[in-house]
Design a binder for this molecule. Structure first.
Ligand code: DAH
Length: 358
């Protein structure tokens, strides 16, 4: 139940508390003055500050008078005056802010189209995109077109058509992100593509030879994330199918490419290798020396002559047509060019890192 509480008896302020103030009704008057003070102009705000907030202002004077008040009234008086001071400060701060906002608004609201635009910090191209652009440019000049394919692939394009035997370890759960896994019928599996090679298959199904294209894109591997490996990365696939394409053409293309990307003094080696979709297969390493690091061989790509089974899987007659293919990792090349020692930096989008690649 609500009970009415008797109000404390009202005690008028003693006259002696300060020279300016006679009683509480005067505090009320100052409060009213502060609340209604017109603060439209810079000059008015400054006058307000001098009147109420400066060392010689009314509130300072009132506060100084507290000591002269009756001891039992001092606390209450102090409270009243502090509230008054706070009110004056708030009005002052708000008026200042409003004035400066108005100024900015005036400048930006101008209709003068000849004024320069407000400064806008320029971003920079991501180091991976920079490398990718250069790779694309080089192959463009070598007469390659650009193709792409989906990042979610079926078993046929990612594995079977590329001559992966059914029990090949790359189909294992450890490397592949499965979107759909069908234990009884693996041909129904859907995966995040583990490489860009399936785009070769799509391209050859769409376009009969001659075909000469590169296929850049993202690929995914179910590997643990470390400084050296990430669950996604980028590859650039290459394919050239025509009559009489041979290993010398492949070697010439790769050496020309690497020379453009890494410079004239390029030192490289080509080693035999194995991929199910090429025969023979090879890998290309370049000798890489930067800054204060000792030089070392770095593998930049895998390649080979397209396996006859791959051509057959897309109804291209391997007796008539031959081709070469290659695939390279964009992260690995980018990391060595810029001496980046942790692949995760490429995916953090930390501007302190990105700003270093103007
Ligand atoms: N797909 C291979 C990989 O991801 C790279 C590769 C090697 C692509 C040889 C090719 C090739 O086209 O001929 O490791």
């Amino acid at each position: 139940m609500f009970e009415s509480v008797p109000l404390e008896p009202f005690t008028p302020l003693p006259v002696a508390i300060c020279p300016v103030m006679a009683n509480i009704s005067d505090i009320e008057k100052v409060k009213n003055d502060i609340s209604t003070y017109n603060l439209d102009t810079e000059e008015a705000v400054e006058a307000f500050r001098l009147t109420y907030l400066s060392r010689k202002g009314i509130i300072t004077e009132l506060l100084a008078g507290i000591g002269k008040a009756e001891p039992q009234d001092r606390a209450r008086l102090g409270k009243e005056l502090n509230a008054l001071k706070q009110l004056a400060k708030t009005r002052f701060d708000e008026a200042k802010a409003a004035l400066s906002a108005g100024k900015t608004a005036d400048i930006t609201a101008t209709d003068d189209p000849t004024l320069p635009p407000p400064p806008f910090p320029a971003g920079s191209t991501h180091p991976l995109s920079q490398t990718l652009e250069e790779i694309k440019n080089i192959f463009y000049r070598l007469g390659f077109t650009i193709a792409d394919g989906p990042e979610m692939e079926d078993d046929f394009h990612n594995f079977t058509a590329l001559n992966f035997p059914p029990e090949h370890p790359a189909r294992d759960m450890q490397d592949t992100f499965f979107i759909r896994k069908d234990e009884e019928d693996p041909s129904r599996d859907l995966v995040l593509r583990t490489h860009t090679s399936p785009v070769q298959i799509r391209l050859m199904k769409e376009q009969k030879p001659p075909v000469r294209a590169i296929m850049p894109g993202r690929v995914y591997r179910n590997e643990s994330i470390t400084a050296k490996s990430y669950c996604l990365f980028h590859q650039v696939e290459g394919l050239y199918v025509d009559k009489n394409v041979n290993l010398a053409d492949l070697k010439h293309t790769l050496i020309t490419f690497a020379g453009h990307l890494f410079g004239k003094n390029l030192k490289y080696r080509i080693r035999p290798s194995f991929f199910p979709f090429t025969e023979p297969s090879l890998e290309m390493d370049i000798w890489w020396e930067t800054g204060n690091r000792p030089g070392q061989w770095m593998e930049i790509l895998g390649a080979g002559m397209v396996h006859p089974n791959v051509l057959k899987s897309v109804d291209i007659d391997p007796e008539v047509w031959t081709g070469f293919a290659f695939g390279m990792g964009v992260e690995r090349i980018t990391m060595s060019r810029y001496e980046i020692d942790d692949i995760r930096l490429l995916y953090d989008n930390d501007v302190r890192f990105l700003n270093q690649f103007p």
